[in-house]
Ligand binder design. Sequence first.
Ligand code: NAD
Length: 501
Amino acid sequence: MDQKVDFPGLGAAAQSFISTGPKKLLIGGEWVEAASGKTFDAIDPVTEGVICKVAEGGKEDIDRAVKAARTAFEGEWSKVSPAQRQNLMLKLADLLEKHAEELTDLESLDVGKLRFFARIIDVQGSVDSMRYNAGWATKIHGRTYDMSLPSMHGEEYRAFTVKEPVGVVGQIVPWNFPLAMAIWKIGPALATGCTCILKPAEQTPLTAIRLGELIQEAGIPAGVVNIVTGYGETAGQALIEHPDVDKIAFTGSTPVGKHIARTAADTVKRVSLELGGKSPAIVAADADLDVVLPGIANGIFFNHGQVCTAGSRLFVHRSIHDKVVEGVANIASGMRLGSGFEEGVQMGPLVSKEQMERVLGYIEKGKAQGGQVATGGERHGDSGYFVKPTVFTGCGTDSAVYREEIFGPVLVATPYDDMDEAVKMANDTDYGLAASVWSTNVSTCHRVSRKLRAGTVWVNTHNMLDPAMSFGGYKQSGFGRENGMEVLDLYTETKSIVMQI
Ligand code: NAD
């Protein structure tokens, strides 16, 4: 059934995409309904209205997608040369760029993002990431070795390694950067010669589906990328259990990541996990407040706090603590909330009702456990999933808002007296995804960035990512590194070949 929709600000291409629902699954190069015939609703977090219906893939669909991916891996895709793979990826990047405005509209609508950021971060970042990974396709190689084996009768040996694609990869992504997270995973899979089944988050399936159409248009062979929308507990679960999946690449919460690692152990699948965070930002007494105040506010409120690296724990030298808290709280209370399509809006809604309730629940817990609200601390309005940007002070180190990942616009500020204490507090967490240090003293910047136990450390900035820089977590923020040349290790096996000649 075609539905009539009218979402203010949405361009004609995105309007047309969502009007031609229900959306289907991409399996073996065909767009098909779920075997069960079931669908679920894509919801606009601003109006709470239904955007369109989407196929609800399940076990049977995953099974078909894995078979299609295996057939492509062993067949047509294995004959495509590295240079041809690179060209197909560059073509896909060009198509992403050509349809950037439409993809931006869809991402902004589905997630509730500011359209401006969706264009330059999500969509342009996806184009750049695909081009970056395309470059790797022709630069994957092994090494040669001189052997020290015994040679009784003058035998000689030649030895080398080759990098081979790991095979069929299940890729499970979250809802905060749906297109970018999908590209971060599909890019290296294509570069290395793997095939994949992408399972987008149920909250935000739209750009992945449009991506599937562009993958076909780029001429990437059928079955190389399969896209199965559906729920984590059903479609996702079937993917992680499937005996013919060689690897799972997951981005999402730490509890689900642990479950995936346990499940994947049954078939010894390769697993890479990009999980949650509770990233600290340490502000030294000598920091430049003109840089610090907008930087800290952006570090936590960008994407409405729904960022795995969000600077959600702020440690400020006691001498400037109150000034920094006041400055950040002023920025927060002055932020305009509304639809990401509206000019001048600085923060949109959270992605779903569930996420809004979760964040509001944390805020209430923070208050109950003795935290003081410097600004925010409640829902904004009574329709749409908006939460006011919130700053807490005086939270105990055992309180939930101090320790747990909230994944919303909630900052917890704590004073410290010396830098060793600040580093100790910053590292006192199960997570280790990212951190930032703010100082005008270059020695402090170097010293502290080496002491912080995190996969990425920023200095006088926060949340800056580039396809060339490896990205991933220490501790319970996961293992494996995406982006940079390190990602190739996640998608390849190393084979040693030793020859007697
Ligand atoms: P989530 O773990 O609930 O869901 C992520 C994905 O896993 C979704 O596609 C979901 O359907 C799927 N899933 C859920 N249960 C599953 C199961 N049993 N088997 C297989 N798949 C299953 O996370 P979320 O709420 O969508 O995203 C927020 C989380 O993601 C936060 O913790 C955030 O820090 C993390 N995140 C991490 C990074 C990173 O790179 N480290 C980036 C973005 C988000």
